[in-house]
Ligand binder design. Structure first.
Ligand code: FES
Length: 486
């Protein structure tokens, strides 16, 4: 039987991003079988991978060497019961393989004796033929060929990966991610930017109910919400209380912008980061028991000490409790004044949201152009990070058309370019001739019909940009934009 591996696990084994493998599948240099990769194909397509270099073992050793706090170390390793279940499963696989080998050994001994028996009464010609076959079999059984050693090393690397993490496929959306350390299914989904339905995140509300289609899960946190017997029989679990033992397929709804309810919570200020006299970032922390559900590209309403305002979220939904908003200092904006002059760590801020529907089309594998006008960079930053965590887009180009605030997070954008080989960053200095600049940008994309474009700026800037992009061949349905306050 062939050994099949999911694409996400192959990406980890060969240390390549998924989009590189997807490009290989598209150009025919990597064959798939029912969406999976066969071990032989993996070894053929990646002959230079050093299978003995064990990234999982290295990661665990690094954690130990760095003498991380116990809490961090505990998070990096799977829950004890999950680990025991995974080791049991591995033990069962080993026992089955060993039993099969013993059986093959017995068959070989029987064959050897039979050949020897027939040899005695055979003609000289048959005797020679049988002798040759027997010698071939014994020689090949005695020495392991180089390809088999490679396959053994690749399987060993994959098995270690399976001990440390489990692969999850969400149906019907097709999202995939790994659950690592002692994360629950919900923790891992959020960390990977997959917006599954949930409420309390601690086993009380039942809103994270989902059904296990295949694979095994284990309860790792007690929960007060009571599942009905009929639900349990149908494989229903709470995503916030369970972790996968092995690779699982889960039936669950992935929320779109319109599915996420408006929430209200009190957050704590973590820090204020003033970029320059015109714009600052406010970093806040949601309470442990009430994280804010949102999607990249949305905005929230903030209030403190009688002042309030709506601001774009600049952080990724995958960042757990941390939320960053970017606050331009505009005349008459009392909340912005507060951010620039008075807010400090541990102050309380009332949060309401999320709002806005300009979010990623998660069904689209198309290349993406992000267009940020001035402080419109904030929602674009959130969208870029969300797209990175989902690893969906074939390529991402960010055009930042600066205003007087400048490219105030230029270093971050350059770091993205260094870290990702499918990310391009093009900073554009302030201009008096927006028409000419946009006309020049679209000429770089003769195949604009293949792209999705996400834009953020004032209504006037977006109008001009839309005219240029649609005029150059972008389908109207592929233009995603939401105007910011002028
Ligand atoms: S999110 Fe409330 S029970 Fe899981």
């Amino acid at each position: 039987m062939s050994h099949l591996l999911p694409l996400s696990r192959v990406a980890r084994l060969v240390n390549q991003p998924r989009h590189v493998l997807q490009a290989m599948i598209r150009n025919g240099s990597l064959a798939t079988f029912d969406g999976m990769i066969e071990l032989d194909e993996l070894l053929r397509a990646f002959p230079d991978v050093k299978w003995d270099d064990d990234p999982e073992l290295r990661r665990v050793n690094e954690i130990k060497d760095q003498a991380f706090a116990r809490r961090v170390r505990d998070r990096a390793l799977p829950d004890k019961e999950v680990l025991v279940a995974r080791l049991n499963e591995l033990g069962d696989e080993y026992a089955a393989a060993k039993a099969l080998l013993l059986h093959y050994g017995a068959v070989m001994r029987w064959l050897d004796e039979k050949i020897e028996e027939i040899e005695e009464s055979a003609s000289a010609e048959t005797h020679h033929a049988l002798h040759t076959i027997r010698a071939f079999l014994l020689r090949n059984l005695a020495e392991i060929p180089a390809e088999a050693a490679q396959a053994r090393a690749a399987i060993a690397a994959e098995r270690k990966l399976k001990i440390m993490s489990a692969h999850v496929t969400i149906q019907p959306s097709g999202h995939e991610f790994f659950v690592e350390g002692n994360d629950t299914l919900l923790d891992a989904a959020l960390r990977n930017g997959v917006s599954l339905n949930y409420g309390c995140s601690n086993g009380n509300c039942g809103e994270c109910k989902a059904r296990v289609v295949s694979g095994e899960v284990k309860k790792v946190h007690a929960h007060d919400y009571v599942l009905k017997d009929s639900e349990k029989e149908a494989g229903v679990i709470l995503l916030c209380a369970y972790a996968p033992v092995n690779d699982v397929v889960i039936e669950a709804n992935v929320a779109g912008a319109r599915d996420i309810p408006v929430q209200q919570l009190t957050a704590r200020v973590k820090s204020v980061e003033v970029f320059n006299s015109r714009i600052a970032a406010l970093h806040i922390l949601a309470p442990r028991s009430q994280r804010l559900r949102f999607l990249g590209g949305q905005y929230i309403r903030l209030a403190c000490g009688g002042a309030s305002g709506s601001y774009a979220i600049a952080s990724c939904p995958c960042e757990d409790r941390h939320i960053e908003v970017q606050v331009p200092r505009r005349p008459g904006d009392a909340f912005a004044d507060l951010v620039f002059t008075a807010l400090k760590a541990n102050d309380s801020v009332e949060v309401e949201g999320p709002y806005g529907v300009c979010v990623l089309d998660e069904d689209s594998p198309r290349p993406v152009i992000f267009l940020a006008f001035g402080a419109g960079f904030a929602p674009i930053k959130s969208l870029v990070q969300h797209a990175m965590s989902l690893e969906l887009a074939e390529s991402m180009d960010l055009h930042w058309l600066a205003d007087a605030s400048g490219h105030y997070q230029d270093n971050l954008c350059r770091a993205w370019t260094d870290a990702l080989d499918n990310f391009t960053y093009v900073p554009h200095p302030p201009t008096d001739d927006l028409d000419a600049l946009l006309a020049q940008i679209v000429t770089d994309y003769p195949d604009l019909h293949r792209f999705d474009v996400y834009a953020s700026g004032t209504a006037a800037q977006l109008d001009v940009a839309r005219t240029h992009f649609l005029g150059a061949g972008l389908p109207e349905a592929r233009w995603f934009a939401e105007a910011q306050a002028a």
